[in-house]
Design a protein around this ligand. Sequence first.
Ligand code: NAD
Length: 515
Amino acid sequence: MSTTEQAPAAVQNGAGAHQGIPVENPATGETIATVPALSRDEVTALVERARAVQPAWEALGFEERGKVLRRMQKWTVDNADRIIRTIVSETGKTWEDALLAEVMYCANAFGFWAKHAPEYLADEHVKTSNPMTKGKKLIVRYAPVGVVGVIGPWNFPLTNSFGDCIPALAAGNAAVLKPAQVTPLTSLLMEEGLRACGIPEHVFQVATGTGREAGEALIDAVDFVMFTGSTETGIKVMQQAAQTLTPVGLELGGKDPMIVLSDADVDRAANAAAYYSMNNGGQVCISVERVYVEEPVYDRFVAKVADNVRALRQGVPTGPGTVDIGSMIYPPQIEIVDAHVRDAVAKGARVLTGGKRGDGPGAFYEPTVLVDVDHSMACMTEETFGPTLPIMKVRDEEEALRLANDSPFGLQASVWTKDVHRGEQIARRVEAGAVCVNDAQVNYTTLELPMGGWKTSGLGSRHGAGGIRKYCKQQTLLVTRLAPKKDPHMFPYSARKTKLLGRLTKLLYGRGKRA
Ligand code: NAD
């Protein structure tokens, strides 16, 4: 996508004549566009405009808002090629990663939220056992917070940035999206799509810019902050949001363990290990980042994984099927990946394949498999976020579980065994927000299932009912229809009335079993 193509959206976003942010194709090193770096005041102005139009968007109701989302679903499919090209150009990822994990996710999400928003946000009619309020109408309702600010990372410019705006909009909020500085073009393209599909002016806007200026300004101005990114930045976001008591949703980093038991289907486990550690160049928050394999199948598993990874074709993605693995999306991330590999090797790990930067001007790191690793090494304890897979031999499932849980992160995990009952029991003992048995990552595509991290991997969740209710203010309604002129508990107090109330308390709650 050219700079000229971006210009209309950028101008709409109030970009003044100030310094722009160059956008680079990390696979080639070429600058492909420039977008405005919005100032604090410009971001605040975007939010004010969003606030002004939000009530009318809310008043349209689920059906009319759903029509815009369904049109957008079709627009996304009709424009899939253009969206994929844009994603690939600003991330260096493969066509397939852009199609499977971004375009397909988003196309599904438009329909999902259009359909389920009315159901998840319907008034809840509550029944009570409390005699004080029996017979009254008791309702819990969900009203949109107002303006949602979404701050996204660079690894999935569509799914993890724009994707979180869809339920926010479906709920009746206006949304302002601050994409990662290095991958803003996809968000601008989706803004263009929403306009074409008839979203009212300013209901969805993109605030391109830096985290420190545009990101911080957004946190100060909005009614809810949906943040996806590193744990380090997530802490800063929450600290800042605390100043205005603005609620936050945080989807943060991970160090997902894979546990391979001796009764696993080793072929499937090895294919999955190679795929789910290397897809999207290993830059998936729920990538398999470390593997624990029971001794009896360790050698077989390692040999198959190493063969699979050795066979991967890496390079500049120029079309469908041209490569299996693209470049790093954010070139400085290579330093972290390389540091983890070098640290492991210095402490005794062996590199079975890869282990170094790729050639050429692009930001490539070779798909890498490490063995003889342990928890003294950063590659087993810190988020690597690159195409590496360290594999460790363990005595038994207890050791695997202990090591899997020996982490500050708790995003996702997987357990591999043919005994699915045993797998499920082990899964329940893993400290992570989502655990798959004989699978990985695909739970993310299942929008009925909540997705959120434990420990330092996040706060709150996306998807499912909670994934849209978080964008709402909960309101309780109590409606009294038929009632006496005065209720028994009202003034004046008297000893007789108090005695009666005391007896009532005993009658209602004093019949518990004696200790
Ligand atoms: P990052 O934390 O560096 O940046 C994320 C976003 O925050 C960017 O838009 C950035 O501009 C903005 N930002 C930076 N400083 C800010 C500040 N002080 N105030 C407000 N905004 C600020 O993350 P990244 O490097 O872009 O993404 C990679 C990380 O994201 C990895 O840790 C990965 O695990 C995580 N991630 C998590 C999920 C999930 O669902 N849990 C999904 C994708 C990525």
